[in-house]
Every structure is written in structure tokens, then in C-alpha cells.
Design a protein around this ligand. Structure first.
Ligand SMILES: C[S@@+](CC[C@H](N)C(=O)[O-])C[C@H]1O[C@@H](n2cnc3c(N)ncnc32)[C@H](O)[C@@H]1O
Length: 438
């Protein structure tokens, strides 16, 4: 790999990048499609190369790889993201089926409250009649488009869900996200449950069905527009519900990793998709508690004791020591433990990734720095040192500076002194010889 010739654009997402087909996947993403595309195009990969995004989120990497005709794999722990990333891969050739199928989906849909289980999580936000209508739509999508390869007697295999089924789920997710805006806080990723005295969301049949139909129509149009783009041969993208801390990749099976790891800024990636998980509940019954705990960047205290590991590197060691010694409340307790959990999970994941890479394979990680109170969390340097311990040598680093956008999430942290700009680093690694011999 010629690291100098990699084309590294700014990984910052712009409203421009969220137009058209990509605009239907408004989930917390690491970087725009143009960034992933430029990188992959310039990486001089051979035709049969396999690209992996172990934290695939809304699937920017798998989408870009497939656009360029490369096989790809995407992992995510959150079932919502598997559906979203699969929908995004729908080929433009399917655009013309969407509207006719959408009309079939809404035909005769009624809000029959008898189909609602008393523990249906839609009831957290929606009035029973509204929840029943959403559930009826979801049931219709499931019965029309989800077959036995996905819904197996041994459980659900989300890796088999079809692009059409996923697209209709995304159209329904977006109806529910739209309706739930009163329960979204200023932090765009957070959706709260209504308080006891708050009215639940109510919408009539006509409003819900027409919002769904409009989404399907808009998606069909945006997808059809993409038919104008040059299309490469069909490339297979495997999307798998997987936990990177424990998933063993076949040794040397991956040519290139392109990803943005979960942030270390208390973004609860599972809470961000609560409404989608509620919609999918009969398909995949996820325990929010379990998912929240498993996530890298979890806001929950881990259920086992974690010791600082010297292999995490000196920058990490120093950061953790500073955090623990911080005089503010819970620094030495809750925050210390959740940060240890983050670093332990990242170290485990990086070891698996390094093992899965081919000899001299490339890994590009987009990593942002942050602050804990006034303690700088130099995550790009920490990641570089951790990756070195896993056998990945840094070959190139490009920093992009921008205004720190996530600083306002926790109002209690605003009074601390911090650098105004955040650094988003694009870290390019090569699997080194010592690691190959192991
Ligand atoms: C920063 S996002 C990735 C964004 C992605 N590159 C994109 O463009 O949309 C991090 C993702 O990691 C996932 N994640 C967190 N912990 C994980 C774990 N242990 N295993 C697999 N995925 C995990 C989250 O669900 C989230 O979707």
C-alpha cells in the first residue's frame, strides 16, 4: 500500500452529503460517503479485495465499497444499524418496485388493538390506537417481505434480511422518528421516554399511512436518480450482528478496514435508536439493558472489575490517572469505571481486527479527541498506541480541525476550560511483520 497516495478528504459530514439516497439514513455516522469513496478508490485495491467496517453504523463503508464493486463486511451490535445499512445497499434497479409494494403494504391496514401485546415497547411513546396502527404496518412488512431465511426456527438471522424488507422498515422507522420529535432532546442522538404526566403521541390512520407512503415514494425517487450513476458489478456485502470485542475474524481474511470507532463521549448508541428497536421488537427482541451494556462507549458501569492494562499505552494510562484524580463528583467512581470499560473493549476489538487483516493489510480509523471535564482525552494518540500493541503500525495521520460540536451534550461540563477546536484524525495503519509471525 502506498500510504502517501491515499486520498484523505475531510471526514466531517456536511448537509450536502446528506442529500438524495444517503439522506434517508440519518443515523449517527462517522464520515460522508465521498470521504469513504475517495479513500477506497485511491487504495489501489485489487478486484477481489474485501473491505471491513467493524462498526458499520449506517453503512457508509459497505455502501461505498459496493458502489466501487468491492466485497465488504459490516458488523454492528445494534440490529437497527444492520437493517439501515442493508436498506442503503438496495440497488437502483429495485426502485420501480417500491411504490407498488408500498401500496400493497398499506392496503386495508387497521388499528386493531387486539394485535398489541401488553408489553409492546411502542406503547412507551404512542397511544394504544397509534401503536396498534404502527404495529399493523410492521406486521404487514414482516409477513410480506421477511421469509424463513431470516426468521428461522432457531431465531432471527438479520444477516439474511432482504434489501426490500430493510427499506420498508427504514420507511417506517422514519415515520416513527418524525412523530417522536417532542421526546428528542437537544442532543440529536437521544430519545427519552415520556414522563408519567406527559401525553403520549397520537396520530390518525390517514396521517400515519400517508407519511409512510410518502417516505416510500421519496426513497423510490432518490434511488431511481442513482440509476444515472455508473454501476459496478454486483458486489456482495455481508452485514452481521456482531460484537467486535468477541467476534473472531478468519485470520488474514480482510484487505482493508475502514471505520470510525464508537466515540468515548457518552453517546448511548442504543438509546439513540430506541424507537427503531421498538418498531422491530417482534422481529428482534433486544433487551435495551443488555445492548446498552455491551456497546463500546456504554454509559453503564461494567459488571466486572477492570484493571488498567499497560498494553493500552502511556497516553491512555496518563489520561485514566488524570481522570481518576479529578476532584469532581464520580470521577474516581462511575466515570473511571465506564472509561476503563471503553478502553478494554477497544483493545479487545483492535486485537481481533489486526488478526483478521491480511499481511500488510491496511486499517483506516477516523477518531476524534474529546475532553473529560478539563482533561484532554487524546483518543487519536491512545488509539495509535493501542493499535501498535495489536500489531498495527501507524503509517500516516491526517488531522482535521473543527468546532467542538459534542461539547454541549452534558451541560455540567461546560464550565471547564478546553481547547475550542476538536481534532478528527484519520489514522492509517499497516499490519506489521511482527504481528504476521504471531
Ligand atoms: C461512530 S458509529 C460508526 C459510524 C459508521 N462508520 C457510519 O458511517 O455510519 C459506531 C457504531 O459502533 C457500534 N458499536 C458499538 N459497540 C459495538 C460493539 N461492541 N460491536 C459492534 N458494534 C458496536 C454502534 O452501534 C454504532 O453504530
Amino acid at each position: 500500500m502506498m500510504f502517501d497516495s491515499l486520498v484523505i478528504q475531510s471526514p466531517k459530514r456536511t448537509p450536502q452529503a446528506q442529500r438524495g439516497w444517503n439522506g434517508f439514513f440519518p443515523y449517527y455516522a462517522g464520515y460522508p460517503e465521498s470521504f469513504a469513496r475517495a479513500l477506497l478508490e485511491s487504495a489501489n485495491l485489487s478486484k477481489g479485495s474485501v473491505i471491513l467496517d467493524p462498526w458499520n453504523g449506517s453503512g457508509t463503508t459497505t455502501f461505498s465499497a459496493s458502489q466501487l464493486g468491492f466485497a465488504s463486511k459490516g458488523f454492528d451490535l445494534n440490529p437497527t444499524m444492520i437493517i439501515v445499512a442493508r436498506a442503503r445497499l438496495l440497488p437502483p434497479s429495485e426502485a420501480d418496485s417500491l411504490e407498488p409494494l408500498g401500496r400493497e403494504t398499506v392496503k386495508g391496514i387497521r388499528a386493531d388493538q387486539r394485535i398489541l401485546q401488553p408489553d409492546d415497547p411502542l406503547l412507551w411513546w404512542f397511544e394504544p390506537a397509534t401503536a396498534a396502527l404502527i404495529r399493523a404496518l410492521e406486521r404487514r412488512i414482516r409477513s410480506q417481505l421477511v421469509g424463513e431465511r431470516t426468521s428461522t426456527p432457531d431465531g432471527v438471522r438479520l444477516d439474511h434480511i432482504s434489501g426490500l424488507a430493510a427499506t420498508f422498515y427504514v420507511a417506517l422507522f422514519s415515520v416513527c422518528r418524525e412523530m417522536s420529535t417532542p421526546f428528542r432532546s437537544s442532543n440529536p442522538t437521544w430519545l427519552r421516554k415520556p414522563k408519567a404526566n406527559e401525553a403520549l403521541i397520537a396520530a390518525d390512520r390517514e396521517a400515519i399511512l400517508s407519511a409512510f407512503t410518502a417516505n416510500v415514494k421519496n426513497m423510490a425517487e432518490a434511488l431511481a436518480e442513482r440509476a444515472e450513476e455508473p454501476q459496478k458489478d454486483h458486489a456482495i456485502a455481508e452485514l452481521q450482528l456482531a460484537d467486535t470485542t468477541s467476534t473472531k475474524l478468519p485470520k488474514g481474511s480482510i484487505d482493508m478496514v475502514l471505520t470510525s470507532p464508537p466515540y468515548c463521549t457518552r453517546i448511548d448508541y442504543s438509546a439513540a435508536t430506541r424507537i427503531e428497536l421498538a418498531v422491530m421488537h417482534p422481529l428482534v427482541d433486544v433487551k435495551m439493558e443488555d445492548l446498552g451494556r455491551q456497546m463500546i462507549g456504554s454509559t453503564r458501569v461494567p459488571d466486572h472489575e477492570i484493571e488498567v492494562d499497560a498494553a493500552w499505552g502511556s497516553t491512555c494510562g496518563q489520561f485514566i490517572a488524570n481522570l481518576k484524580a479529578h476532584p469532581s463528583k464520580a470521577s474516581a467512581g462511575y466515570y473511571y469505571k465506564t472509561h476503563l470499560d471503553y478502553f478494554e473493549k477497544m483493545a479487545l476489538s483492535l486485537a481481533h481486527l489486526a488478526r483478521g487483516l491480511k499481511p500488510a493489510g491496511t486499517a483506516v480509523l477516523v477518531v476524534q479527541d474529546s475532553y473529560y471535564k478539563d482533561v484532554h482525552n487524546d483518543l487519536p494518540s491512545i488509539t495509535t498506541e493501542m493499535a501498535a500493541a495489536a500489531g498495527l503500525r501507524l503509517r500516516r495521520r491526517v488531522d482535521f480541525e473543527f468546532k467542538r460540536s459534542m461539547a454541549g451534550i452534558n451541560p455540567h461540563t461546560r464550565t471547564y476550560k478546553r481547547a475550542a477546536g476538536a481534532v478528527e484524525a484519520v489514522l492509517c495503519f499497516e499490519k506489521c511483520q511482527e504481528a504476521i509471525q504471531q
